[in-house]
Design a protein around this ligand. Structure first.
Ligand code: LLP
Length: 423
């Protein structure tokens, strides 16, 4: 999908904002998000889906309140997986009636908060969770609207750490036990069965696994109706991949995904919901960093930048490939030496890219790590006592700091000295 990070007058810009000027104003490293890109991704996806579908943005991809509010204004709902995400979605103005609660380990306190808010539905992932939800709902004098997340035993053909639809993963209720689970749910007075939920993984670049999963779920919906359950909703999950590589075969376009879903589900008689995260946020964000040193080793040249694996963990955790560009546009035909792009963290895996051709760079130059808007800032930590970096949202020519940089004082203030050590 198109994004709004382009060179203008020789400098990389976020929409109309020059990133060199932004770096001077906020310091490096920083995350930068583009409103126009978020909006475009949401609208293209919404336009590809059957009318009336609910798009419950997967908050885990990027939970910044300003990002959530941008999406809320477009009519987005939210897929949340914790009490914290629920609180953030509500605080950003996403109506409770558009919030679905997913995740394998919901606590009773989280269930109470969600029932109190009056969310759209719970996607329940196990029989013990169903029993707990029933108990909580009954104690509150409510009925919880639920879909059971069914594990269709389909291989999403993505990275093993984000493949969730196979029988051996922890997610969902096994397909073969689905009918008995629904039969049991129907006996619980605090539970109202409304639908079925399926989510098979993330960064899926092939439509076939989706089609296989939705087809299997369609057969299940027919059996469940034959068993007497009122199934009116299908939650299709998230997981559609995005292009990270400019040179590999691109994942299917959202319109192709939408056309496939429309075709496969047309006779299901269900209102559809979707939980896209990466698709909306990944290419709407970048991480801007400054080169600290260019270190010439025997075998390699290391570009040591001021962002580290604690700021963006995807390369270290999933061997993820992120495009890296210089903020100053290189002259056409200029040399592209190979660099290992690394951070300052004391781990060999603090490596953003190996043997990457980049323009000649020197200390003080700025680089941007692209496609960092999803699973970037949300997965950051403060390892090596590195304060969390700020997040900036751009809209046209305007920008605002939507999460300030942490200071050393902030880090120190998080800890407490027990009595026996103080004084
Ligand atoms: N719904 C459920 C139930 C999920 O577990 C997820 C992602 C989504 C929706 C959103 O999936 P998406 O549309 O973003 O693919 N940290 C990893 C990705 C983990 C995905 C976890 N679940 C990464 O950086 O690649």
């Amino acid at each position: 999908m198109v994004n709004h990070f382009q060179y203008r007058d020789g400098v990389l810009c976020a929409e109309e904002v020059r990133l060199d000027e932004l770096a001077r104003a906020v310091g490096t490293p920083f995350y930068c998000y583009s409103t126009a890109t978020l909006e475009r991704h949401f609208k293209v996806f919404a336009g590809a889906l059957p009318p009336g579908s609910l798009i419950a943005y997967a908050v885990k991809a990027n939970d910044n309140l300003a990002v959530l509010k941008t999406l809320a204004k477009l009519g987005a709902g939210a897929d949340v997986v914790s009490g914290g995400e629920l609180a953030k979605a509500l605080a950003a103005g996403i109506p409770a009636g558009k919030i679905v609660f997913s995740g394998v380990g919901k606590t009773k306190a989280e269930m109470r908060a969600a029932l109190d808010a009056g969310i759209h539905q719970f996607n329940v992932e196990s029989e013990p969770e169903l029993a707990a939800l029933n108990e909580v709902a009954l104690a509150m004098g409510k009925r919880a609207a639920i879909s059971l997340r069914i594990n269709p035993d389909v291989d999403a053909k993505t990275h093993a750490k984000i493949n969730t639809g196979k029988a051996e993963t922890k997610f969902g209720i096994p397909f073969v036990h689905a009918r008995e689970a629904y039969a049991h749910a129907a006996t619980l007075a605090g539970i109202e069965i409304v639908g079925v939920d399926v989510h098979i993984g993330s960064q899926i670049t092939d439509l076939d696994p989706f089609e296989a999963a939705f087809t299997r779920i369609g057969e299940l919906i027919a059996s469940l109706r034959a068993d007497g359950h009122a199934i009116s909703r299908l939650d299709c999950g998230g997981g559609l991949g995005v292009p990270y590589f400019h040179h590999n075969s691109p994942p299917p376009d959202p319109t192709a995904y939408g056309a496939m879903v429309t075709r496969v589900t047309k006779d299901f008689g269900c209102r559809l919901s979707f939980e896209p995260g990466r698709l909306i946020a990944a290419n709407a964000g970048i991480l801007v960093s400054e080169v600290i040193y260019v270190k010439r080793g025997d075998a390699k040249t290391f570009l040591i930048i001021d962002a580290g694996m604690n700021d963006l963990i995807r390369p270290a955790m999933y061997d993820a490939w992120h495009e890296i560009v210089a903020v100053q546009e290189p002259a056409p035909g200029s040399p592209r030496p190979l660099y290992d792009v690394v951070g300052p963290v004391c781990e060999t895996s603090d490596l953003f890219a190996a043997a990457r051709p980049l323009p000649d760079l020197k200390s003080g130059d700025l680089v941007a790590i692209l496609s960092a808007g999803a699973y970037g800032a949300v997965m950051a930590g403060d390892y090596n006592a590195r304060p969390r970096v700020p997040e900036v949202l751009v809209s046209g020519g305007q920008w605002g700091i939507v999460r300030p940089r942490e200071s050393h004082a902030d880090l120190i203030a998080k800890d407490r000295i027990p009595d026996w050590l103080s004084g």
